[in-house]
Design a protein around this ligand. Structure first.
Ligand code: BGC
Length: 722
């Protein structure tokens, strides 16, 4: 890798112990300790909470150390710094990458203004197990959606120039396959085939590395028995050598120390030397300085220099050598009106209408009851916000402020987690005296995020009982779900005709939910993860392989089922098929599901040619898939067109469908608009792992392109690769 003159000069001047200092970031240091550590050569710190505090520490680095190397200031800016945006899973639901880019740019501007230069985001772990609490931090189950949103976030954070005053360095995490821990339990082992590693878990990392992400974070899990912090094959072999990643590989919090309980290192020296040898560049937590001498004799000087050069190059590209300080007068310490408007729009656009019998938008109603624990709660920020993120208001407050003409009653009835149902009768009585009821329920923020796996994905506490009893009144009602993960809603979903998923929407969530309820914004998001019928189906995702015995009907336990016996008479044709005996087929709501307030008609799609040769594809040729969509309603609304590829016959069992393109567009009433999608090598190929290194191939044969507004409402066009 090319090293700048400055980096070469610094490397030549640094003794090994100083080099080691550059390879550490320590947590939230108290101010004095941090200054001392920096004097001793520490290269990176967590954000000390203000531009002034950052500058004070930066001054120690620049003025009081021998070489004056500035520090990197890291922080988990995950979905906003001061102005909190919807959680990343919600952002994915917007199916709107330019919105995601704008949100990341806002977060970056606020963070950099306070001196942060490095965020540990985006999380591009494909996640197909909603028990895992960290699904909230990523973009869901799909490889393409995750890649597109990851790229958008990297562009938003980093802008065109990392040295810009609004840019921060992005970190793609957690490398790799962290999203598929056994049993959905955080940090747990992962054992994944090379086929899935290449085609599913590595793919979004490849995309964001291609987008220029400055850093990549190693994950806590093992892959096939090798903890990622010591995984040379993947960190060095794939990421650095095969993909040519020039940036910094940072460890996760104490990930090096964790190699001891993982059972692969004898002591900290052993752990740290395994990690650096495997390709880690920066350790998070501070282990190297504890074992400096032993570590230095255990790692190759060229590897040490390589790691240091990567860190110095990052500092250089952030412009820190020339301009190390944040402007204390320009620090953005509170949301601006424009920032609030952006995150409000984002929260509304991320909402997913699961079903609607016409109760939404609410229209003119004289008496509205807001019930459920979210009616009067400010818990809308979601996982991974820091204490300095701007608080949200209550939905009750936002509703009353918007509609002073309406008689609004607020009777929560139950709380989030408790078993006390004694408030339900009051909610039911208030419902009977209302024209419409909005039931605001969900999972509070603390139930998703890191170390927040759940084994039961139903609404906690007595919230389901509240829904059932409100349904029993016969008064029209809407259920609004705030959540950081897919929930299991099967026990009550058939009682509710109108359900919207609002996720955890951030600082402006309450206003955004009111916007959606009143129809000021078309929700029109789509699910970025399948919502299972039962925890027993997990992992469940749309892009599964077919079995040799796909089922056409699900099971339901009955006297007849009991009668089937091994070779019994009933249902013989469908007995030996892949299903659960006690569950309908498929998820409750699949990936891509959602609608909006407008209605659309799709014309037959056309493809610019019905066949193309492999050689043309290799040369970069693409076909154009086009579709005319008309807004057939009287309101402006958003349509999301999704394109899925089915590789009808391949050399390995292909996924039944694979999202390869999508676009969300606002269409005026009565208007028709043309969507165009390019179909080429990237859309049709996959990683064949029998070659070394694996090769991206397009195999000849029949492909079927499915496109529509959801997975369930698609039309198909055939394409032959010759
Ligand atoms: C998480 C990372 C995070 C780091 C620093 C870890 O526990 O896994 O995602 O960036 O902490 O806060």
């Amino acid at each position: 890798m090319n090293r700048s003159a400055r980096v070469q000069k610094l490397l030549a001047e640094m003794p090994p112990a100083e080099k080691l200092g550059q390879l550490q970031i320590v947590f939230r240091p108290r101010h004095d300790d941090a200054a001392e550590l920096i004097r001793e050569g520490l290269g990176s710190i967590f954000w000390p909470r203000s531009a002034a505090a950052t500058n004070a520490l930066q001054r120690v680095a620049v003025e009081e150390t021998r070489l004056g190397i500035p520090v990197l200031v890291g922080l988990d800016v995950i979905h906003g710094q001061r102005t909190i945006a919807p959680v990343p899973l919600a952002q994915a639901a917007s199916f709107d990458p330019s919105l995601v880019e704008e949100l990341a740019a806002l977060a970056a501007a606020e963070a950099r203004s306070g001196g942060v230069t490095w965020t540990f985001s985006p999380m591009v772990d494909v996640a197909r197990d909603p028990r895992w609490g960290r699904v909230v931090e990523g973009f869901g189950e799909d490889v393409h959606l995750t890649s597109v949103m990851g790229r958008a976030m990297v562009r938003g954070y980093q802008g065109d120039d990392l040295a810009g005053r609004h840019a921060i360095a992005a970190t793609a995490k957690h490398f790799v396959a962290y999203g598929q821990p056994e049993g959905g339990r955080d940090y747990n082992a992962v054992d994944v085939s090379e086929h899935r590693l290449r085609n599913i878990y590595l793919e979004p990392f490849r995309a964001v590395v291609d987008e220029g992400a400055a850093a990549v974070m190693a994950s806590f899990n093992t892959v096939a028995g090798v903890p990622m912090h010591a995984n040379r094959r993947l960190m060095t072999g794939v990421l650095k050598d095969e993909w040519g990643f020039p940036g910094v590989v940072v460890g996760d919090a104490e990930g090096v120390r964790n190699l001891l309980p993982h059972g692969i290192a004898e002591d900290l020296t052993d752990a740290a030397s395994q990690a650096f040898r495997a390709g880690l560049d920066v350790e998070m937590g501070g282990a190297p300085s504890e074992v400096a001498d032993a570590l230095l004799s255990a790692i190759d000087p060229a590897r040490l220099d390589d790691a240091v050069a990567r860190v110095l190059a990052l500092k250089e590209s952030l412009g820190l050598f020339d301009s190390p300080y944040a402007s204390e007068t320009d620090e953005l310490t509170a949301p601006t009106d424009a920032g609030r408007a952006l995150v409000r729009r984002a929260a509304a656009r991320s909402s997913v209408l699961l079903k609607n019998d016409g109760t939404l938008p609410l229209g003119a109603r004289a008496r509205v009851l807001l019930t459920g624990p979210y009616a009067d709660s400010t818990d809308h920020l979601g996982a991974w916000t820091q204490s300095f993120g701007a608080d949200a208001e209550t939905i009750a407050g936002a509703f009353v402020a918007r509609r002073p003409d309406v008689e609004v009653r607020v009777v929560p009835g139950v709380d989030f987690l408790g078993e006390d149902a004694s408030g339900i009768p009051a909610a039911v009585a208030a419902a009977r005296a209302s024209d419409v009821v909005v039931v605001l329920v969900g999972e509070p923020s603390a139930l998703s995020g890191e170390a927040a796996s759940r084994s039961d994905l139903r609404l906690p506490g007595r919230q389901e009982q509240l829904i059932r009893e409100i349904a029993g009144t016969g008064i029209p009602f809407v259920v609004v779900l705030e959540t950081g993960r897919p929930l299991v809603v099967s026990d009550w979903i058939d009682l509710a005709e109108t359900v919207v998923v609002a996720w955890h929407g951030g600082t402006e969530a309450a206003a955004a939910i009111v916007d959606v309820l009143l129809g000021d914004v078309d929700p029109a998001g789509r699910l970025p993860m399948s919502w299972p019928r039962s925890v027993g189906q997990i992992p469940i995702h749309y892009a599964h392989e077919n079995t040799g015995r796909p089922a056409t009907t699900g099971g339901s336990l009955s006297a007849e089922t009991a009668d089937i016996g091994l070779h019994g008479p009933a249902n013989v044709a469908d007995k030996y098929t892949s299903k659960y005996l006690d569950l309908e087929l498929g998820p409750e709501f699949p990936f891509g599901h959602g609608s909006g307030y407008a209605t659309f008609a799709h014309a037959p799609a056309t493809l610019s040619a019905s066949s193309i040769s492999g050689a043309e594809l290799d040369g970069g040729a693409t076909l154009s898939l086009s579709l005319e969509v008309a807004n057939t309603s009287a309101r402006t609304g958003d349509e999301v067109v999704q394109v899925y590829v089915e590789d009808v016959v391949a050399s390995v069992a292909p996924p039944v469908r694979r999202l390869v393109a999508f676009e969300r567009r606002t269409i005026e009433p009565g208007r028709t608009t043309q969507f165009e999608f390019e179909i080429g090598r990237d859309q049709l190929g996959f990683w064949a792992v029998d070659a070394a290194p694996p090769a991206f191939v397009v195999e000849p044969g029949l492909f079927r392109l499915h496109l529509g507004a959801t997975l369930a409402s698609t039309q198909a066009v055939d394409l032959r690769v010759v």
